[in-house]
Design a protein around this ligand. Structure first.
Ligand code: PXL
Length: 278
């Protein structure tokens, strides 16, 4: 059985990060070890006065214990990090990993042109130095523009804009760069990918549903890692993850006033497993 470690926060209430990653990855038949970066009472995307307990101090001790126990992973999947210091801790962890371990980084920190509550432009620039060490990164256009210092465009851009961003991300050092939330036509939304070793681009589009929900980036990234651990190619994994995310949104639309809460990803798990041939 494949084993990954996913490193992101626990938002006790509200569907995102570990409460999404764990069930999705487990359902895909992959062991999911976790390392919480922070414990919050809720996510930060619609609740006020949430608690935030930073676990930066524990992380080096946890890594040291795992090293003594010779614990290793088929993939390291990082998401929402709680401090600048944690970015450096993740870089060290990736530097020390065995060659076979996939480093998958979702620089979860922004969407729709703005940083999530609590993040700064300095954090975003520092996150770029973690992305530099990854095999695969999956920022949305907002996150990529903050990391690279390029203009954020919500719409009306062309392939040249997208491919320039993908290549700039690759120039940081990441081997395969993905951009999520790419749209050239009003009714289509999808992902773009650049494989820097092959110098090849890949696109996949699905229908755009006119509703945005919180936590869909985490749903997408978790399904993508899960598919990669099921021996899918990155192209196949991106397609599986994009289709699953759309299905989660479709199922949640009747409850659309809860867009800030998260998607009913649980109800779409049978759909996900079918697309994996499980
Ligand atoms: O979905 C990304 C995410 C993860 N963790 C926390 C968040 C968010 C988005 O706002 O608030 C705590």
């Amino acid at each position: 059985m494949k084993r990954i470690v996913t490193i992101q926060d626990i938002s006790c209430f509200g569907k995102c990060s570990l409460t999404v990653a764990l069930p999705i990855i487990s359902a895909m038949g992959v062991e999911a070890a976790i390392l919480p970066t922070a414990v919050l009472s809720t996510h930060t995307g619609g609740f006020k006065n949430f608690t935030f307990h930073d676990l930066s101090e524990d992380i080096p001790k946890i890594f040291a214990h795992w090293k003594r126990e010779s614990i290793d992973f088929d993939a390291i999947y990082t998401g929402y990090l709680g401090s600048l210091e944690q970015i450096d801790q993740m870089k060290e962890f990736i530097d020390a990993k065995p060659k076979k371990t996939l480093a998958f980084v979702d620089p979860a920190m922004a969407d729709n042109g703005v940083l999530y509550t609590g993040f700064t432009p300095e954090f975003a620039r520092h996150m770029a130095t973690l992305c530099a060490k990854a095999d695969v990164i999956v920022p949305n256009i907002t996150e990529a523009s903050f990391m690279l210092g390029v203009e954020y465009k919500e719409s009306g851009y062309d392939k040249e804009y997208v491919e320039d961003i993908l290549k700039r991300l690759a120039a940081l050092g990441a081997k395969k760069t993905v951009l999520t939330g790419v749209s050239f036509e009003e009714d289509k939304l999808g992902v773009a990918m650049y494989d820097s070793e092959k110098d090849e681009f890949f696109y996949y589009f699905n229908e755009r549903l006119d509703c945005k929900f919180h936590g869909t980036g985490d749903v997408f990234a978790s399904a993508c890692v899960g598919a990669l651990m099921n021996e899918k190619t990155l192209q196949e994994a991106l397609k599986i993850a994009a289709d699953y995310t759309v299905e989660c949104i479709r199922l949640t639309i009747p409850d659309r006033e809860k867009y800030w809460y998260g998607v009913e990803f649980e109800r779409a798990i049978p759909f996900l497993l079918k697309s994996l041939d499980k």
